[in-house]
Design a protein around this ligand. Structure first.
Ligand SMILES: [Fe+2]
Ligand SMILES: [Fe+2]
Length: 159
């Protein structure tokens, strides 16, 4: 169930590939927490005890706080990544920028709804993890066309 990076996910744009890898790592962390295994990457208690207390107080327990914390970080990472991709649209006058941005916006609305439900005490962690596990592959596949356009554009500019 753990996501492992595939060569076919490399877009050839280094910043984008690094961001996609970070997103994949967050999904794996969410999976470890949701499925009751210890996260491979240290998250809450190892980082900042005060922040851990804050999350634990909000979620009622550290076990649920861990997922909420990683989900927060995941969404922040995805928002930064989408903003970066959308900046590439503008720079390269990508023809499909509007529908591409729409897929980003729709995804964030959907995920934030799950997040809001989770924060209200709905036990949707495992379901959300399974959705994200499938989503990343679709997301990267959809990005390929944009990144090919960026590369063509950079080649023609001699960058
Ligand atoms: Fe992407
Ligand atoms: Fe995208």
């Amino acid at each position: 169930m753990e996501l492992i990076w595939k060569d076919c996910w490399n877009t050839g744009i280094d910043t984008i590939d690094a961001q996609h890898r970070s997103i994949m790592n967050y999904i794996n962390q969410l999976g470890h927490v949701a499925l009751g295994r210890k996260p491979q990457v240290p998250t809450l208690l190892d980082d900042d005890a005060a922040e851990a207390m804050h999350y634990a107080a909000f979620f009622g327990s550290l076990a649920t706080a861990e997922f909420g914390y990683v989900l927060d970080e995941f969404i922040r990472c995805v928002e930064d990544h989408f903003a970066h991709e959308e900046q590439l649209h503008v720079e390269d006058t990508y023809q499909l920028s509007a529908p591409h941005k729409e897929t980003h916006d729709l995804f964030l609305v959907r995920i934030k709804k799950y997040q809001a439900d989770y924060n209200q005490g709905v036990d949707n962690a495992e379901k959300l993890f399974r959705i994200l596990n499938k989503w990343i592959e679709q997301h990267i596949a959809y990005d390929m066309d944009l990144m090919a356009s960026v590369k063509r554009c950079r080649l023609s500019d001699g960058v």
